[in-house]
Design a protein around this ligand. Sequence first.
Ligand SMILES: [Zn+2]
Ligand SMILES: [Zn+2]
Ligand SMILES: [Zn+2]
Length: 108
Amino acid sequence: MSSDRPHVHGPTIDGQTRCIHYGTALDVIAIEFACCRRFYPCHLCHAADAGHAAEQWPVSQRAERAILCGVCGHRLTIDEYSSAGSCPACAAPFNPGCTLHWNLYFDA
Ligand SMILES: [Zn+2]
Ligand SMILES: [Zn+2]
Ligand SMILES: [Zn+2]
């Protein structure tokens, strides 16, 4: 495990960024929030722990490596994540349901 892997905040339940809200086999990413630059597994974790409203990443910052693969620690840019069904480094499949929540994290 790489030492520069960012700390994931909130009520995680394992070392692959699953949380008390999203804990299926496919829930293996954490997202860096634009407002506080902290990684959380999901928007509910941020709401419970951060103490402020979440902000969304603007379209102009899609090159930020704001997505953490909880399996291998690889960081994807928002742009890469928008079209990735799995981790480009370790091939772990991502939850396709996350795209339903895209606008909680990113401006469309
Ligand atoms: Zn925040
Ligand atoms: Zn959560
Ligand atoms: Zn990975």
